[in-house]
Design a protein around this ligand. Structure first.
Ligand code: SF4
Length: 245
């Protein structure tokens, strides 16, 4: 890649994050190089780019406003190919002051219809886990790596993840939870930028921008493998301990 091309892509990448209200680049060096090589991540539609005003600092506006502002910036997003078959964008929901945030992979059929994360059978299991942890669903914040349903519930592809991920990263920055639990392989690998199997990641704390992150199994996996529920409960205990620190 010629120097000018790299510079232009770097500027574009910084503009996208600036547009989303970031005050820093939430990227590791290898991830940033990956983004430069990946074209779709910079494909912010002209329509949205034109209507975005100068971002205010997340510190100077309250969290609800910042979340609303981000949702407005996402708009009727067509930045990646997942927009073609979705019914609704599933932005995320919960308390903007949540101390615990859950990040899943992407919406399924029920979520796509209702425009809410984790409302199907897997969602009911997640809600039960939250309640067993002594909280209500409204106390936490729940979002996904990609905000549109991948066709036939397939895994989101790398270009789709790269394009949508800045939105969830911005949600993390705004909410600033004390602990994050990522749900499933795709979520953990996407956020952490590593390819380790979920079975090896779960049970251990990782860190994103100084926020501890506990990868655990996706509730949909637990519906198929109920014998592994105790492993998730074990992960939840460690998260509760961290929340008590
Ligand atoms: S998945 Fe994300 S980037 Fe792709 S169209 Fe939906 S909101 Fe836009």
């Amino acid at each position: 890649m010629v120097k000018r091309e790299i510079t232009e892509k770097l500027i574009k990448a910084i503009e996208v994050y600036e547009e989303l209200g970031f005050t820093y680049l939430p990227l590791k060096q290898d991830r940033f190089i990956e983004l430069i090589k990946s074209k779709p991540v910079y494909a912010v539609s002209e329509t949205h780019a034109d209507t975005v005003s100068e971002p205010e600092s997340a510190l100077s506006i309250n969290k609800d406003q910042a979340l609303t502002q981000l949702r407005e910036k996402i708009g009727d997003c067509t930045r990646c190919k997942l927009h073609k078959e979705r019914k609704n964008i599933v932005y995320g929901e919960g308390s903007s002051d949540a101390r615990l945030m859950f990040i899943g992979e992407g919406p399924g059929r029920d979520e796509d219809i209702q425009s809410r994360p984790f409302v199907g059978e897997a969602g009911k299991l997640l809600t039960r886990l939250i309640e067993k942890m002594g909280m209500k669903r409204e106390d936490v914040y729940i979002a996904n790596i990609v905000k549109c349903r991948p066709p036939f519930n397939r895994d989101p592809e790398e270009d789709e993840i790269a394009t949508c991920k800045p939105f969830v990263e911005r949600q993390v920055e705004i909410i600033n939870p004390k602990v994050i639990m990522s749900l499933g392989r795709v979520s953990a690998q996407s956020i952490l930028g590593m390819k380790m199997p979920i079975g090896r990641m779960r049970g251990n704390f990782f860190s994103i921008n100084d926020t501890p992150l506990m990868p655990t199994f996706h509730p949909a996996y637990l519906l198929r493998n109920p014998k592994d529920k105790w492993l998730v409960w074990d992960d939840a205990q460690k998260v509760l301990e961290k929340l008590r620190d």
